[in-house]
Design a protein around this ligand. Structure first.
Ligand SMILES: [Zn+2]
Length: 375
């Protein structure tokens, strides 16, 4: 009946407290919660290793690798790397091979470096013995589901908008915090899927979800050194690099900018932009750099030397290059042109463009301006 859709994601500020695993037992019914804080991966490279690789489980390991390559990797910017034997120091996803119910101990990046964080079954002697007849099919389909958890996706049937009969029968494990797509009956993460684990094939909405969440981004960030927006912080990330903050900001359409705290390697994501809230530039010791998201396609500009539009100044920017003025103007539909003050490294962004009564003025004394307009 429905071909609506969804994936769930776990994320920073969800404080479900629990200590049990996300278990995927056929016929097992549990309702456990897992702590979801910091569930998102902030890198597109995620290491994977096996705790107990042996010659007799090589085939299974190859099937797992093949399964994730054909699904999650194919439809996102994620690369699962490594795949060797775990050393004690290995981060990322650590897989134990055992004849138990396959499961993950945490969701998403909470698995990072967790010993035996994912359990996969390659033999099915004791658990789900039907799979002995179709080892390849079962191993791959289960791997796709468990790696979905490892990327932070919860069970689709747990969603509040899942059909009642499906939820009541199958709700299991942690419920997600963010719904990336519509409810998806056909998701590999949905126990109510008429195909078991979706046959290990991502549905259209699974693909849309992983692409939205882990796809490449075209966003450009413009840096304003030694400044920040005071207050207006929505999410704080700690022990992160600037590029990790960008990956996080990319994921949220509300995120317009972030301030990076240089000494503490932390950032605050914000829904505000320096066009709504003035940048503060006089913090003692200048602990912050500000990064402004520009998610628009880059327009082309015409350039008129020694000219400007008089008045019509919407936003003044100081200590900026022409390139930076362009990047700021790129980010805002209302910005149609800007005048650059050559001697002062400043510009005025404008809603105006030449035409009608608006004309370029060419006779400023000493010609301090150049005019740039979006084509
Ligand atoms: Zn599961």
């Amino acid at each position: 009946m429905n071909n609506y859709k969804i994936l769930f994601i776990f994320f920073f500020f969800f404080f479900f407290v629990a200590n049990s695993a996300m278990s995927d037992g056929v016929g097992k019914k549990q309702s456990e919660l897992t702590e979801l804080k910091d569930g998102i991966w902030l890198s597109y490279d995620i290491p994977v290793c096996f705790e107990n690789p042996r010659a007799d489980n090589r085939q299974g390991r190859n099937w797992v690798r093949e399964a994730v390559r054909e699904t999650w990797e194919l439809h996102s910017s994620i690369k699962f790397t490594g795949w060797g034997k775990c050393k004690s120091s290995n981060k990322g996803i650590r897989i134990k091979i055992a004849d138990d119910g396959p499961h993950v101990k945490k969701l998403g990046s909470k698995l990072d470096g967790k010993k035996n964080g994912m359990v996969l079954n390659f033999t099915f002697e004791k658990w789900s013995t039907d799979c002995k007849k179709s080892l390849r099919y079962c191993t791959k389909a289960i791997a796709v589901h468990e790696f979905g958890h490892a990327l932070g996706f919860a069970h689709e049937q747990n969603r509040s908008d899942a059909p009642n009969e499906c939820r009541a029968e199958n709700k299991q494990g942690t419920t997600g915090d963010i719904m990336i797509t519509e409810y998806d009956m056909l998701s590999v993460m949905n126990y109510c899927n008429p195909l078991w684990n979706g046959n290990g094939q991502l549905s259209a909405l699974d693909i849309e979800g992983v692409n939205k969440w882990y796809g490449a981004s075209n966003n450009i960030y413009t840096e304003s050194k030694n400044s920040a927006i005071k207050g207006h912080n929505k999410i704080k990330l700690e022990r992160v690099t600037v590029s990790q903050c960008k990956v996080a900001c990319d994921k949220f359409s509300w995120c317009r900018s972030f301030d990076y705290y240089k000494r503490d390697r932390a950032c605050d994501l914000s829904s505000q932009s320096l066009f709504n809230v003035a940048l503060k530039t006089n913090y003692p010791n200048n602990p912050y750099n500000h990064y402004e998201k520009n998610d628009r396609k880059t327009p082309r500009y015409g350039h008129v030397v020694n000219a400007a539009i008089k008045g019509h100044n919407e936003q003044n920017l100081k200590r900026v290059t022409v390139k930076e003025c362009r990047e700021f103007c790129d980010g805002y539909d209302w910005c149609k042109s800007f005048d650059y003050y050559k001697g002062k490294s400043a510009c005025d962004l404008s809603k105006a463009r030449t035409g009608g009564s608006i004309k370029l003025k060419y006779n400023y004394p000493n010609n301090p301006y150049d005019h740039y307009f979006k084509k």
